[in-house]
Design a protein around this ligand. Structure first.
Ligand code: ATP
Ligand code: MG
Length: 223
């Protein structure tokens, strides 16, 4: 029985920049339990998105290790890492990242269609959209939706596979205060319902305070 969702050991990320090494992360070690909610804050450019990308296996560290679901990512190639994430990891971004030429329903169906043997993806996607209050917007394209509605679609898409981990990078960053509140309420409600591990990057300390654990990134280390 393994109750650890994510574990990192001494993660370092440096980027070669004009002949020099730009140090972004200088040794990040953390353990995130299954079902835990974790906020990561820090000033702009402190490396929050970089860290999230490493935890999700979207990017590889310069040194150090990441384990996702007890599996070390450093021995895996990109396809193997994608396979490990498939159906088990969801993402929500500041800029929604919906596919413009697909309707709300089609956007939410997409992750289900990548999984083998999902019975009736349309019905499940419809249900997910109803949960975020968009039952009446199934055939709207992203350009026909408000920012808050687009982020609701993104939440439905992220949760439709019932992922074990959800990574959210500034999910309220492009929204006004009131809409941002609605989206964070929805995010925490969905997280609680599905017992998802949440790793949330935000500038917003009130949002961060809603998580069980709060880290700050300062000078490339967690405090
Ligand atoms: N591919 C890259 N090449 C060069 N520098 C990069 C690259 N990616 C990130 N950086 C630099 O690494 C630092 C951390 O970037 P990152 O996007 O992780 O910051 P952040 O904390 O998410 O900031 P923000 O709050 O503005 O989103 C920044 O100084 C950025 O310029
Ligand atoms: Mg960022």
């Amino acid at each position: 029985m393994n109750n650890t969702a994510i574990q990192t050991d001494n993660l370092v990320k440096t980027i070669p920049q004009a002949g020099r090494e730009l140090q972004i992360l200088r040794g990040v070690s953390l353990t995130i339990g299954a079902g835990e909610s974790v906020a990561i804050t820090g000033t702009s450019g402190s490396g929050k998105s970089t860290l999230l990308g490493l935890l999700a296996g979207l990017d590889l560290p310069t040194s150090g290790t990441v384990q996702l679901f007890g599996q070390k990512l450093d021995g895996l190639d990109e396809d193997q890492r994608a396979k490990l994430r498939l159906g088990r990891v969801g993402f929500v971004f500041q800029s929604f990242h919906l596919l413009e030429n697909l309707t709300a329903l089609e956007n939410v169906m997409l992750p289900l269609e990548l999984l083998p043997q999902v019975a009736d993806p349309a019905a499940r996607a419809t249900e997910a959209l109803a949960k975020v209050g968009l039952a009446e917007r199934l055939s709207h394209f992203p350009t026909q939706l408000s920012g808050g509605e687009q982020q609701r679609v993104a939440l439905a898409r992220a949760f439709v596979t019932q992922p074990q981990i959800l990574f959210a990078d500034e999910p309220t960053g492009n929204l006004d205060r009131a809409t941002g509140h609605e989206i964070s309420d929805l995010l925490f409600a969905l997280q609680e319902q599905s017992h998802t591990t949440l790793v949330l990057v935000t500038h917003d300390d009130t949002l961060a305070a809603r998580c069980q654990t709060h880290y700050r990134l300062e000078d490339g280390v967690l405090v």
